[in-house]
Design a protein around this ligand. Structure first.
Ligand code: UD1
Ligand code: CA
Length: 470
C-alpha cells in the first residue's frame, strides 16, 4: 500500500515523471459552511492545512506548473506558499468551479491539465497518477459511496458511458438515487478544456459556472470520457463543514494507525491516536491511548509509550519507556531511558543511555549523560549534567538573571541534595556533593561537600501564635 501522503517531514515519496501536465488547484471559495473567518483551505487536517495536503500530492506528479486559484482571503494563502513551481491566479468573484478553472486557462501550456480541489485533501498520489495516465479526453475520479448527499452525481447512458454530472441541487429524485459521485477531480485534454470553459453557462440552481458541465460537453461531441476510482475509502471526501473536517481527521488517523499496526506497532486503540506529521516506529513499539505525535517523530525498538503522551519533532532510542502524561518536544532521548510520568522535556534536550527524568521535571536545552537522574520536581535549563549524577527533588537551575540565560555544568558523579538552587553560571566539580537546601552561587571544586544554609537552631519554649478574639 502506498504511504498516506504527508511529505512535510521529508518522507521519501515516489515522484512520478509526468512533465507534460499542468495542475490547477481550486481554492478561491470562502467555505461558508465552515462558519469561520479563516479560508476553508487553511483549516488543518492532521496538523497541516487542507491546501498543503493537495499541493504536496500534486508535487508527486512533477508537473510543469501548479496553479492555485485563490480569491477569498487570498493574501493569507499566498504568503504561506511562496515556493516554485507554485503560481497563483486570482478569481475575484467566486462564480463557480468552472469559472475558477477559466482564470487559470491562459497559463495552461501542457497537453493535459489535472484539476484538484483545495477542499479534498486526502487524495493520494496513486489516484492522480492513474487519472493522469488515462488517455481519455476527459477523465474523472468517481466513487460509489453509501451516502452521496451533497456531491455531484455521475449520470451514465444505458451502455454505461458517462453522460453528465448533475449537482445535488439540480438533480431530480431518480438522479439523486445515484450513488456514484464526482470527487471533483479531473484530468482533461488542455485544448478541449479551454474550448469547453469558453462555452460554460450558469443555467443551474446556484447560477454558477460549473466545471462539471464539461462531461456533458465532451459526451455531446463524442469525445472519450472515462472514470477512474480512488483506492482509499476516504480519499475523495470533501471538507465543507467542521463536522466533515472532524470526520475526515478520524478517517485519516484510523488509516495511519492501521498502517502502523500492519508494520508491527502495537496500538491499544487505533481510534485514540493522532499523528500530525510522520511517526516512524521500530519493532515492538507499544502506544497506549490518547497519544499525539507531531512533526517528525522517530521511535526506536522496544519502546513503551504510556497514555496521553505528546511527542513533537523528537527521537527516542531503543528500550526506553515514556510514562503517562509526558510532553517531549525537540528532544533526543537515549536508549533505556525512563521518562515521566508528567515529565516536560523541551527543545534542545539530549539524554544518553539509562537517563531517568521523573515526574514534574522540566528540562530545557540540556544534556544528561549516561545514568544521570532527575527523578522529582525539578527545573533544569541550559545545563550539562554529567554521568551518574543524581539531581535531588526540587532542584532548580536558576539560569535566567532577568536579562540573559547562563549555563550550569554538573560534572560526573555529583550528588545534588534536594531543594538546591544552582545560580548560573556555575560549575559543580566531579564527585562533589551539594547538601540539601543549598543555594550554590560559586563554582564547587571536585570531590568535596558544598553546603550553604543557615545552621539549625532550637527554641525550646516556643509558643505558637494564637488567634486573637475580637
Ligand atoms: C464540487 C463539485 C461536485 C463534487 C464536489 C466534490 C462542482 C460544480 N461541483 O461541489 O460535483 O461532488 O465538489 O467535493 O464542481 N471554488 C473556487 N471558486 C469558485 C467555487 C469553488 O475556487 O468559484 C473552489 C472551492 O474553494 C473548493 C472547490 O472549488 O475548494 C470546490 O468548491 P465547492 O463549492 O466546495 O464545491 P462542492 O459544492 O463541494
Ligand atoms: Ca466541496
Amino acid at each position: 500500500m502506498e504511504p498516506l501522503c504527508d511529505n512535510r517531514a521529508n518522507k521519501p515519496i515516489e515522484y512520478i515523471s509526468m512533465n507534460n501536465i499542468d495542475v490547477v488547484i481550486l481554492a478561491a471559495g470562502k467555505g461558508t459552511r465552515m462558519k469561520s473567518i479563516q479560508p476553508k483551505v487553511m483549516h488543518q487536517l492532521a496538523g497541516k492545512p487542507l491546501l498543503e495536503h493537495v499541493i504536496d500530492t500534486a508535487k508527486t506528479l512533477n508537473p510543469k506548473k501548479i496553479i492555485v486559484v485563490v480569491g477569498h482571503a487570498e493574501a493569507a494563502i499566498r504568503e504561506c506558499y511562496t515556493q516554485a513551481p507554485l503560481a497563483f491566479v486570482s478569481q475575484k468573484k467566486q462564480l463557480g468551479t468552472g469559472h475558477a478553472v477559466a482564470q487559470a486557462s491562459g497559463h495552461l501550456t501542457s497537453s493535459r491539465t489535472l484539476i484538484l480541489l483545495g477542499d479534498v485533501p486526502c487524495i493520494q498520489p496513486g489516484s492522480i497518477k492513474k487519472l493522469a495516465a488515462s488517455s481519455a479526453d476527459v477523465s474523472v475520479l468517481t466513487e460509489t459511496v453509501e451516502d452521496p448527499t451533497g456531491y455531484g452525481r455521475i449520470i451514465r447512458d444505458d451502455d454505461g458511458t458517462p453522460r453528465m454530472i448533475i449537482e445535488e441541487k439540480d438533480a431530480n429524485q431518480k438522479q439523486k438515487l445515484t450513488r456514484e459521485i464526482n470527487t471533483g477531480i479531473f484530468c482533461v485534454n488542455t485544448t478541449l478544456l479551454k474550448q469547453f470553459l469558453n462555452n460554460l453557462t450558469n443555467n443551474n440552481t446556484n447560477k454558477e459556472y460549473y466545471l462539471t458541465d464539461i462531461v456533458e460537453y465532451a459526451s455531446n461531441e463524442h469525445r472519450s470520457v472515462k472514470t477512474v476510482a480512488p483506492s482509499l475509502r476516504f480519499e475523495a471526501k470533501g471538507v465543507n463543514s467542521k463536522k466533515q473536517l472532524a470526520e475526515l481527521e478520524r478517517d485519516y488517523q484510523l488509516e495511519y494507525a492501521y498502517r502502523l499496526m500492519e508494520a508491527g506497532t502495537t496500538i491499544s486503540d487505533p481510534k485514540r491516536i493522532d499523528v500530525r506529521g510522520t511517526l516512524t516506529c521500530g519493532a515492538d513499539v507499544s502506544i497506549d491511548v490518547g497519544c499525539i505525535f507531531e512533526g517528525d517523530v522517530t521511535l526506536g525498538k522496544n519502546i513503551t509509550i504510556e497514555s496521553h503522551v505528546i511527542i513533537r519533532n523528537s527521537i527516542i532510542k531503543d528500550n526506553s519507556t515514556i510514562r503517562a502524561f509526558s510532553h517531549i518536544d525537540g528532544a533526543a532521548i537515549g536508549s533505556l531511558n525512563e521518562i515521566g510520568p508528567y515529565a516536560r522535556i523541551r527543545p534542545g534536550t539530549e539524554s544518553q543511555t539509562r537517563a531517568k527524568i521523573g515526574n514534574f521535571v522540566e528540562i530545557k536545552a540540556s544534556t544528561l549523560d549516561v545514568d544521570a537522574k532527575a527523578n522529582h520536581l525539578s527545573y533544569i535549563g541550559d545545563a550539562k549534567i554529567g554521568a551518574s549524577v543524581n539531581v535531588g527533588a526540587g532542584t532548580i537551575t536558576c539560569n535566567y538573571d532577568g536579562a540573559n540565560k547562563h549555563q550550569t555544568i554538573i560534572e560526573d558523579n555529583v550528588f545534588i541534595g534536594s531543594d538546591t538552587q544552582l545560580v548560573a553560571p556555575v560549575t559543580v566539580g566531579a564527585g562533589s556533593t551539594i547538601a540539601a537546601g543549598s543555594t550554590v552561587t560559586k563554582d564547587v571544586p571536585p570531590g568535596g561537600l558544598a553546603l550553604s544554609r543557615t545552621k539549625q537552631t532550637f527554641i525550646a519554649d516556643w509558643k505558637r501564635p494564637t488567634k486573637t478574639t475580637k
